[in-house]
Write a protein that binds this ligand. Structure first.
Ligand SMILES: [Zn+2]
Length: 59
């Protein structure tokens, strides 16, 4: 279970990094919002990150 969650977290992280590398609005989110392609990737990463950290705290 934990490994599956961790794997999904890592996959989301990889997808996000791969996108952000070539995307200026997503590289500097302080200057604005994520682009339409980047926003769902970012939201997914945040969701999985929170789930993973919650899992770590509870075990
Ligand atoms: Zn982007």
């Amino acid at each position: 279970m934990a490994e599956s969650l961790h794997a999904r977290y890592m996959a989301a992280s990889d997808a996000w990094r791969a996108h952000r590398k070539d995307c200026e609005p997503c590289t500097f989110p302080d200057t604005g919002r994520h682009c339409p392609d980047g926003a769902p990737l970012w939201e997914r990463l945040v969701r999985l990150q929170n789930a993973y950290l919650t899992h770590l705290r509870n075990h």
